[in-house]
Design a protein around this ligand. Structure first.
Ligand SMILES: NC(=O)c1ccc[n+]([C@@H]2O[C@H](COP(=O)([O-])OP(=O)(O)OC[C@H]3O[C@@H](n4cnc5c(N)ncnc54)[C@H](O)[C@@H]3O)[C@@H](O)[C@H]2O)c1
Length: 451
């Protein structure tokens, strides 16, 4: 047998276009004349809206957008957000009132996941195009209602899948399309959340499946979207298992939250929220309005989501995937391998590697009976591996070129969550779940690109 050789190492910028693609940007082309700014409102004024969809967008794209309204059920957080974002637009605790008074062109939905559908649907009915954070929604009924509302109103939904825009993942997409490993046949994909980031989901509303749809939907839908994009086909069948074996009921001691906890001294998961100014401003100082505790105990007995999960996913084009998610790993990152008829692509990321600080991520391409090549992709500079800035440029700066088909529409949003919903159902029933049984969306052998 021929031995694989490391033949060359090189830096590659991951932006070279491999196939044409243009998108009509529904946000910037929304009925407004070209010289009129897009009027944006936000519902859900928490951390994500503050970090991703407010101050930075207003400053970076100030010739294109203006903020006209903010809405949240927590009046204290709403006012704090307005101050921290430096906005002077009106605030509302009543969503209908905001929509009818300020009539935004675009509504940004950044509320708790299980409520997204209410605002996406009503927002479109009241005349706005929608930018929604992932997951688009948390179950199949809500998903169907969103699909129907988009058809009925003629408005558009953009789902902000920032993970697609990281240069490392874009390079993988290019390699897959270039035929380097022949026809793709299967994928091994394993994601590790560590005892800091992973644990944080068990502190907050995400620990309840009625709010987050479980991590199958809240977190893994990011990963399922990446798979749908890379495989370039629609998912058709899911078989999964999962359990709660580390957090929640599994510990001998617990409290409501960390601040008053008698076990502080011995708990590895003690989290001092008072050291995080933004969390104090947004959450601690506004607990009296809704009782929401940002430093909730990860061992609370009401945790009803899985903390370890595995799924087998079959695609309409025959590709099969072995996926897993672990939430209490000593380090954060993922490993992925694409198996093809002519070779294999391996890629991995370890966030904040304590041993080796690198400014690039690697991809290994190994040819059957041939050579091995390492490709280094420099890190992006904005959040989520550089993806956040590229995504915002596409939405707000009028970038219409989409050679890597990274733009995500309602169909992409739906297929990403439907894999998670199917996995959750499979865990509950012990049966394989067909995606075509969940909504009116039927999986296609090839992916329909956003247009
Ligand atoms: N793409 C990403 O990488 C990424 C990262 C973080 C969060 N997110 C998503 O962003 C969204 C917000 O997450 P977050 O971390 O900011 O959460 P958060 O809890 O900080 O903020 C959610 C806000 O929504 C408000 N809210 C809840 N129900 C509401 C209702 N019915 N009406 C009006 N307001 C309501 C809450 O009061 C809160 O202020 C979630 O959907 C999450 O999945 C995405």
């Amino acid at each position: 047998m021929k031995k694989n050789n490391i033949t060359r190492r090189k830096f590659i910028a991951a932006s070279s276009a491999i196939a044409g693609g243009l998108i009509v940007n529904p946000i910037l082309s929304n009925a407004s004349p070209a010289d009129k700014k897009n009027r944006i409102a936000i519902v859900g004024t928490g951390s994500r809206a503050l970090g991703m969809w407010s101050k930075d967008v207003a400053q970076t794209y100030n010739d294109k957008v203006e903020y006209v309204g903010l809405c949240d059920v927590n009046p204290g957080r709403l006012e704090t957000f307005k101050k921290l974002a430096g906005f002077n637009c009106p605030t509302f605790t009543d969503f209908e009132k905001m929509m009818k008074e300020v009539k935004p062109d675009t509504l940004v939905v950044t509320t708790v996941d299980a409520t997204h559908h209410e605002f996406i649907i009503r927002g479109m009915e009241l005349g706005a195009n929608i930018i929604t954070e992932k997951p688009m929604t948390t179950d199949e009924q809500k998903c169907e209602a969103i699909l129907q509302a988009e058809k009925k109103t003629g408005k558009k939904v953009i789902v902000t899948f920032n993970y697609r825009y990281s240069p490392h993942r874009a390079k993988i997409y290019e390699l897959l399309r270039s035929g380097e490993i022949g026809d793709l046949t299967s994928v091994d994909f394993h994601w590790y959340l560590d005892t800091s980031h992973g644990a944080d989901y068990f502190r907050r509303w995400h620990r309840l499946r009625e709010k987050s749809g479980s991590l199958w939907v809240h977190k893994a839908s990011h990963h399922f979207d990446l798979l749908n994009w890379w495989v370039e086909s629609d998912p058709s069948e899911v078989y999964a298992s999962g359990s709660l074996q580390f957090y929640g009921k599994n510990n001998p001691f617990r409290s409501t939250n960390c601040r008053p906890c008698p076990h502080k001294g011995q708990c590895k998961f003690y989290f001092d929220v008072m050291t995080r100014k933004q969390y104090v401003d947004l959450y601690v100082n506004n607990e009296q309005h809704d009782g929401y505790l940002r430093d909730g105990c990860v061992f609370k007995e009401d945790v009803n989501i899985f903390d370890k999960m595995a799924a087998t996913i079959k695609y309409a084009n025959g590709v099969q995937v072995a996926y897993s998610l672990t939430t209490y790993s000593p380090y954060e990152g993922y490993r992925i391998a694409f198996n093809g008829t002519k070779g294999r692509i391996d890629a991995w990321i370890e966030e904040s590697n304590p041993i080796e600080e690198k400014n690039y991520d690697e991809i290994m391409v190994t040819k059957n009976f041939g050579t091995r090549e390492f490709i280094r992709v420099p890190h992006g500079t904005s959040g989520h591996g550089g993806g956040d800035r590229l995504l915002k440029d596409k939405i707000f700066a009028g970038v219409t070129d989409d050679p890597l088909h990274q733009a995500a529409n309602i169909r992409d949003g739906a297929f990403a969550i439907l894999v998670g919903v199917a996995a959750r159902k499979s865990c509950d029933s012990g049966n394989m779940v067909k995606i075509s049984d969940l909504t009116t969306l039927k999986p296609g052998e090839t992916r329909q690109f956003a247009s």
